[in-house]
Design a protein around this ligand. Structure first.
Ligand code: CA
Length: 124
């Protein structure tokens, strides 16, 4: 099982880093500052917007679509609707061909790995 090529760069998600440490804020002016800070931060455009999606019921990570819908709101989508063949983001980014290619390869690798681990654990 030595796959060639596809060694990837080993990076998957979580590259966003910079978790803002929210300080305990008193009432009043501090809140304004806080808000302005956030706005400044929001101007920095990555390929993924700085939207915080609440995790799904089953604890799976959720992702924000890169583009807002016609109401100007960003949608959060579940991990499992990525590349499922249906368009869930306003511009269909979740079905982006390149992204899905990467996603699927990564996922396939992980599945393979998990499978191997499971076998190893059982065979002991
Ligand atoms: Ca989809």
């Amino acid at each position: 099982m030595h796959g060639h090529g596809m060694h990837g760069h080993g990076v998957h998600g979580h590259g966003l880093g910079h978790h803002a440490s929210y300080e305990e804020l008193g009432p009043g002016e501090d809140l304004v500052n806080h808000h302005m800070l956030r706005t400044t931060r929001g101007n920095r455009q990555y390929d993924v917007p700085q939207i915080e999606c609440p995790p799904a019921d089953d604890g799976m990570e959720r992702f924000a679509c890169p583009t807002p819908d016609h109401m100007g709101r960003y949608r959060c989508i579940d991990d499992h609707v990525l590349c499922d063949g249906f368009i869930d983001c306003p511009s269909g980014e979740d079905e982006d061909r390149q992204a899905c290619m990467f996603y699927k390869t990564t996922k396939a690798h992980l599945d393979l790995l998990a499978d191997a681990l499971l076998r190893w654990a059982r065979g002991r």
